[in-house]
Design a protein around this ligand. Structure first.
Ligand code: PMP
Length: 442
């Protein structure tokens, strides 16, 4: 091994990039070297408008001084504290701030380092909760087709994205999937929540009838599915799901990793839709994407079921070395303060109608077969090229990057979710550039 060698930043050979076409990337790398507010700076000196808040996470925009300073101060003061059997004030402060921001009743916070870990944690808590109450047979988990719940084994098992599952063997046993809620024939070009499809929640009754409610621990869904192309819950769907779960004693978990922290114009999707889950998973916007961190928020009754037996005994055998890491906690506190002080959730709500109009003005452009939106999130679905799925959207992504706009693609769907600090002129810039990109695909 050449220990004296310093390959420098131009050696791209070692880094195996996640969810990336590595061979294509390394032939024509796209590198960001700086960021400020709504814009990234590329290695070749261009500004790129961030149409996706990084990966749906930089909700307060980039390199915000308050967050940067909080991280610097914490790193100098207390860099790390053992996560098990020891505490430090910042984790407690962030947990309380998160509880206070969350829907009523989400009383307890378990910290993780990512959305994927938050999902694993929530699934494990669900099963352990039933067992703690003497219902140990409740181990089955229910996810949904086209659901994305991160990439760990639990998450891809309840998740419903074929590409994320098919390379990885048998996955978790005892998992069923609800049908997804995307009904393009009836709901294409709907603004906000579609009219048709609430009945799809009734499929849960079929699964209950098949296995018996006494074997089912939890249902996990994204209240609005993000990573599979921005799929809206039809009107009445989440309410039905909630009612069926309650009827059968099944926990309802909302995966709010994307929808949390103002994306839909309310703090959480649970507030936006007025439907209360038993647990929520969050990450991304919790620290503005700056430091990895996730969390599970749990109803009081779930937490309390574990707080029994001798006091010196650990109640839940689960946790991570970096759960509630001091620097991540400091970043989280500063992030939540920034959202509040700058009224960013309110800004998202106020600009949502303008965003919606601008987005739907793309209807009629070449190959556009659907447009969907809610809050500051939007998707444009393109007609796939026969035999070459994803190619058209990927071409749009490359073309947008050249024009100075960052978009995200999943399959043949373009997704956008800008930082919540965006203004009308920047919304015009997003859709001006995207419109030029779509016209160039003709
Ligand atoms: N759940 C949802 C709904 C997500 O959108 C994501 C990330 N896109 C995750 C979980 C996984 O989060 P992470 O990448 O932080 O593990």
């Amino acid at each position: 091994m050449a220990l004296d060698r310093n390959p420098g930043p131009n050696d791209l050979s070692a880094f195996w990039m996640p969810f990336t076409a590595n061979r294509q990337f390394k032939k024509a790398p796209r590198m960001f070297v700086g960021a400020s507010g709504m814009y990234y700076k590329t290695a070749d000196g261009r500004d790129v408008l961030d149409g996706t808040a990084g990966l749906w996470c930089c909700n307060a925009g980039h390199c915000r001084p308050k967050i940067t300073e909080a991280i610097q101060k914490q790193a100098a003061e207390l860099d790390y504290a053992p996560a098990f059997q020891m505490g430090h004030p910042k984790a407690f402060e962030l947990a309380s701030a998160l509880r206070d921001m969350a829907p009523e009743g989400m009383d307890h916070v378990f910290f993780t380092n990512s959305g994927s870990e938050a999902v694993e944690t929530a699934l494990k808590i669900a099963i352990a909760y039933h067992r703690a109450r003497g219902e140990g047979a409740r181990t089955r988990l229910i996810g949904r087709e086209r659901g994305y719940h991160g990439v760990n084994f639990g998450g891809i098992s309840v998740g419903g994205i074929v590409n994320n599952r098919k390379m990885f063997g048998t996955l978790l046993a005892g998992v069923d999937h609800l049908p997804h809620t995307h009904l393009p024939d009836q709901n294409a070009f709907t603004r906000g929540q579609p009219e048709h499809g609430a009945y799809l929640a009734d499929d849960l009754e079929r699964i209950v009838a098949l296995h018996g409610a006494e074997t089912i621990a939890a249902v996990i869904v994204e209240p609005m599915a993000g990573s599979t192309g921005v799929l809206m819950p039809p009107k009445g769907y989440l309410e039905k799901l909630r009612a069926i779960c309650t009827k059968h004693g099944i926990l309802l978990i909302f995966d709010e990793v994307i929808t949390g922290f103002g994306r839909l114009g309310s703090a959480f999707a649970a507030d936006h839709f007025g439907v209360q889950p038993d647990m929520m998973t969050v990450a991304k916007g919790l620290t503005n994407g700056v430091i990895p961190m996730g969390a599970v928020l749990a109803a009081g009754a779930i937490h309390d079921a574990f707080m029994q037996g001798p006091e010196h005994v650990i109640e839940l055998f689960h946790g991570y070395t970096y759960s509630g890491n001091p620097i991540a906690s400091a970043a989280g506190i500063a992030t939540l303060q920034t959202y509040r002080e700058e009224g960013l959730f309110e800004n998202a709500a106020a600009l949502a109608p303008y965003w919606e109009d601008a987005l739907h003005s793309l209807k009629g452009l070449p190959h556009v077969i659907d447009i969907r939106n809610m809050g500051l999130i939007g998707a444009v679905e393109l007609e796939p090229i026969a035999g070459e799925p994803t190619k058209r959207a990927f071409t749009a992504f490359l073309n947008a990057y050249e024009k100075g706009l960052l978009i995200r693609t999943t399959g043949d769907i373009i997704a956008m979710s800008p930082p919540l600090m965006i203004d009308k002129a920047q919304i015009d810039e997003v859709f001006g550039k995207l419109s030029a990109v779509l016209k160039s695909l003709a």
